[in-house]
Structures are given as C-alpha cells and as structure tokens.
Write a protein that binds this ligand. Sequence first.
Ligand code: GTP
Ligand code: MG
Length: 370
Amino acid sequence: PETITVQELANRMAARGGEVVKTLFRMGVMATLTQTIDADTAELVVTEMGHRPKRVAESDVELGLEGAPDTEAELQPRPPVVTIMGHVDHGKTSLLDALRQTDVAAHEAGGITQHIGAYQIELPSGGKVTFIDTPGHEAFTAMRARGASVTDMVVLVVAADDGVMPQTVEAIRHARAANVPLIVAINKIDKPGVRPDRVRQELLQHEVVVESLGGETQEVEVSATQRINLDKLLEAILLQAEILDLRANPNRPAEGTVIESKLDRGRGPVATVLVQRGTLRQGDIVVAGTEWGRVRAMLDDRGRQIKEAPPSLPVEILGLSGVPAAGEHCIVVPDEARAREISEYRQRRAREKAALAAGAGRGTLNEMLA
Ligand code: GTP
Ligand code: MG
C-alpha cells in the first residue's frame, strides 16, 4: 500500500510538521513526524488542512503544493495561452512574428527587442493573448509527460500550397491528447493558385471539421507574410477564449510552469515561467523542480524589468539555484527553509528513482547472462 511519513507529507504541503501531527490527532490518529500513514489518511489530512490532494507519481502519493482550491468569487478572467503548431515550413514562426507586430505596446517600444519562448500581446481592443513559441513537438510531448498543461488552445498552421502533412496530423493528435480546442489557420493564401478548400477536405479525413463545412472548428485563411486576416485570427482566438471562460485567482501565491530555461553566462540560471495562478512577485521564494531561489529579478518578453506577473503572463526569472527543466512546476513557498526541504525531498526522490531504474537494468543484464 502507498504510505508517506508525516514529515514528508508536511513538506509537500509546505506546512509545519507539527500542524500535520495536530490535525492527525484531531482526526484520532496518533503519529509522530517519522511515522508513516497510508495514502487515504494522508489525503484526508491534506483536505482537512485546506489543501487540494493530488496523487500523481507512478506508485506513490505525490501531494500537490497547490493549496486550497480557489472559490468562484476569487476567479478573474485571464488571457488565453495559445500554442502555434504545424508542419515544417508552413509558417509558424512567420505567423508568430506577424501577430506580435499587432501588439500596441510593440509599436511604442519600437519593435521586438528580445526573443523568449513566450510572449503576450495587447490588442487595440484591450484584450491580451499569450503565445507560446517554443514547443516544437518534442518539447510539447516532454511537457505533457511531466503533466504540465500550459496551453488553452492550439492554432494549427496549414500551408495552403502544401496541405495536411505528417506533422499537421501529429499536431492534431497533440491537441486531442491535451484536450484543447484547435483553430485552423490556413496560411500562405497570397500564393497564386493555392486551394484552401483542399486543406479543409484533407482535415476532414482526420476528423477535424471546420465551421464552413458544418463543423465546430474555427478556420481562418491567412497570410503571415502579407499580413492578411491576422485580425480575424485574433478574433477567433478571443472568441474561443470566451467560450472556454478562462479564469484564475490573481490574489494568491503564484504557481506556474517552466516553459524554457538556460544557463546564462552573466545572469546565471534563467527560467521562463508561465504564471498560471496567483501573482508572481520579485523577492518571492520559488521552487521549480529540484531548483529553488529568491526571484532576484523578473523580465517580460521585451526584456523590461517588472515587479509583478499576473496569471497568463510569461516572465523570465533570475535567482534560481540551477536550471529547471521545461515542464517543471514552479511554485511560491513561504520561506527558504521550506524551499530547501521541498528541493531536498525531490532530489531524494529523483535519486531513488534513478537507483530503481539502475536496479532494473541490472536485473535484465543478469537475466541476459543467465
Ligand atoms: P519551421 O520552424 O522550420 O517548422 O518553419 P515554420 O513553420 O516556422 O515556417 P516559417 O515561418 O519559417 O516559414 C517558412 C517559409 O514560408 C519562409 O520562407 C516564409 O517566408 C514562408 N511563408 C510563411 N508564411 C507565408 C505566407 O503567408 N505567404 C508566403 N508566400 N510565404 C510564407
Ligand atoms: Mg519556425
């Protein structure tokens, strides 16, 4: 059966061990910090203490650090997070670049200053949209494998002169697996002789039925390079966002997902984090995977220093102890001691897993030799 020590349970909730012991006592369970309790009891304590229990990892109880669920009244609208996918050379990057130029602030600031894997644009209407650039298919798969769900919808770019190709189909599968809606952008319609209708037909074969064929998937004919119908695409995104009723509580300690990370020669470990709940602030102590640190500085996608990052905003954070992997969960904790505890716990877990894997490897080798 799945068990966990009281201390570890406390660590994972970022709560004091004594509090957990007390709560257990009130529930009629006598246990010290080093004693183990079963998963069901653990789940009860976690709920009792106002946290949301979450069992993830393969064979053991991994309790989320998310804290209490938000109430309806605490939730506020947040911008949609959109991932652009599609076959090689169908115009994903061109489309992202073109969309970015629709940002009102970009014009004021005099264009694009810096590239990070995600950015947010503000539309003349005041609406905001966050685009994620990085996830090539591999990154997307890796993030999904970590249980990270960052995108609210996928814009599927299909070049009208090339039609549905293998990676188009793969993108459709990714969107389905992630259970997020698609918007089809039929690109390169400026090219002479292209047949966008052929794309619609080809999509049918993969059970993507666009609206003009009586389906529910929005489609927009665009040209990234000629800047045709970008406004229509943005409208489609905002409409889809409205249908999804995307909301988050900005007034709580932040939680998010690492989108990409690197070791910068001058600045040390840098992680791009998409804030998904709460507001991330400069000075916050965060844990991302096994890494942790105090947020020394925070930069937006234009390289500007910011002090606060609300839900759906991607930000670069400086101050982590190391480079967390893309897809790692990033969460604000009350103090450094707690951060260290969580980090150490996760390192221990990683070592245990590695040892187990190594053990399994030896087993197979022995079998092979026998
Ligand atoms: P990968 O990142 O390599 O998968 O490609 P991508 O999907 O990002 O395509 P990219 O934006 O690099 O565009 C590929 C080529 O198509 C470039 O030469 C673009 O100039 C061209 N292209 C993109 N959009 C359009 C368009 O709307 N019309 C025309 N005529 N060409 C386009
Ligand atoms: Mg590209």
